[in-house]
Each structure stands twice: as C-alpha cells, then as structure tokens.
Design a protein around this ligand. Sequence first.
Ligand SMILES: C[S@@+](CC[C@H](N)C(=O)[O-])C[C@H]1O[C@@H](n2cnc3c(N)ncnc32)[C@H](O)[C@@H]1O
Length: 285
Amino acid sequence: MNCFEIAKKVLDRSFAKIEGSQEEKVKLINKRISELQTAYGNLDQKDGVDYSDPITQFAYIYKYTTAHASYVCTLMEKADRKDALPTEGKIKLASIGGGPGSDFLGFLKFYNSSCYSGISAISNSFDKDSDWSYCWSKVFEEARECTEGEEACSSLSTNFHILDVCDPKSTQRIDDYTDSDIFTMIYFMSEVYQFRDKVAPFFTYLFSNIRKGATVLFIDNKTDRYREWFDFFVGANGYEVLISGEDRWVPSFDEQKAVLGEYLTLLKQNPKLQGDIAYRVVRKM
Ligand SMILES: C[S@@+](CC[C@H](N)C(=O)[O-])C[C@H]1O[C@@H](n2cnc3c(N)ncnc32)[C@H](O)[C@@H]1O
C-alpha cells in the first residue's frame, strides 16, 4: 500500500473542486501551503487553523498527509515489537483530530504490511472540522480500492464524527468509543494546546476512561510543552509507557514523492518528508 498514491488520487478530485484556472489554483494552493507553515510555527499565538475550504484541504493533503501516515506506520511497527497492538479479530481505531485520514492511512499501511490476516478494522475519526468529511470519505474510498485483495484487513469500515474537544459536551460524544483498541493523537495536541484550559476536561475524561489494555499512539512536534502535556495525562491516569523518544523521521523508502506527478511540477515544492518529532506508545493499565 502506498500513501502517496492514495493522496494523489484524492488530490486529483480536490483539485477539480477548486474554482479558477490552473494558474490561479496553483497560486492559491502555494499561498495556503505557506500560510499553513507559518501557522504551524506559531500555533500558540493563533486562533486555531481553519481547514474548512478545499484549497486548505488540498494544501494539507499535498504537504502533510503522507509523511504523517508514514510516521504512524513506523510507530506501529515499533509498538508491534513491544506486543502493544492487537493482531487479530475486530480492531477499533479512534483518531482524535484525525483530519483527512492520515492516522487511518498509517494504521492501514501497518496492518497491510504486517504478517497478520483476517482483521476486521473499524476506524472512527473525531475532528471539529466537518469539512474534512469529504476528503475523509475519498481517502477511505481510495484506500479501500488500493488495498482490495490484500491479505490483512478482510473488512474495513470507517466513520467520521464531528467533535470539538473544547466543547464541554465532547466527553459525552467520545463516551461510546472509549472501548477502542488503539487511539491516535497525531499532530493534535500541539493544535489545541493554546486552548488547554478548555480542553483539559476532555483529555482528563478520555485518558481516565480509555479501557484497560488499550494503546495510545502520540506523535507531535518535538517541542517540550506538547509532549509534557501528553505525559502529564499519561502520568495522572495509570498508563505504562512502552515507547518514548524524540527523533527526526522520514517516510519509508517505498513512499516516493514522484508519485505526486504533475503537482510537483505545478507547485514547484516538495511535500513534507522529514519531521523532528516526539513520539510515545502508552498502554492503559
Ligand atoms: C495538524 S492536523 C492533524 C491531522 C492528522 N492527525 C494528521 O496528522 O494529518 C490537526 C487536526 O486537529 C483538528 N482540530 C483542531 N482543533 C480541534 C478541536 N478543538 N477539536 C477537534 N479537532 C480539532 C483539525 O481540524 C485538524 O484536522
């Protein structure tokens, strides 16, 4: 399974949805990529990133989705070596701040390249931005098509849920999913850190109610305050830390940006490959 290939198919559909001539679209997308980069460099000062329009969604998927999916797959390989992942039957994934589906792609890539088979995967993604649901459904459709006939996941179902972790009602909305097997928080805590007072009740509820034995995967910028915030909830709610590190990661060798074809030429810029990240794998005791 190749995430750049899936991203390219989703980008083709998204590009068609953006209004204007090719030249205008390219200008808008490049402007949005640079706005996203600026926003991610100043996450604590902004009002939050707005992902609601198709240009931003294209920019995000082009620039970030494959790298993030690939990091998730790498972290799952590490977690698997510690026996931290389920390997058979029904596996429920809950992605908090799942965006266009990068976490899910990484999850699927891991299981499809593993030696496991006969898995029935149920993926639930929670995000405040309902406009992601279009990209989410396309990512899922393309992923299902690209992995048809592959051994690991004999059945695959996904759901997109609108959930704003700043909303006091978010704890009720996550309640039915605390029995999931794997939780992902990928480049999510950095995005809501500036609202930490409002978000604390959600994380306190989630971390204390996640079922015993479930695994939480965390990847974020290598900035002390984000990982320390994650570590705080882990320490306060009875988790075993299985993996903890900071490093520079790149996508696996089978992910080649050349697959993005004409967009590389049109946009004249590369997707993100390297990431200076902090990562964790923890298990509820
Ligand atoms: C940097 S993106 C990460 C998306 C995905 N996990 C990935 O790695 O590609 C952060 C995500 O958090 C979502 N988000 C931001 N604030 C949120 C909130 N208050 N509640 C839920 N989701 C939120 C955004 O809509 C966005 O999809």
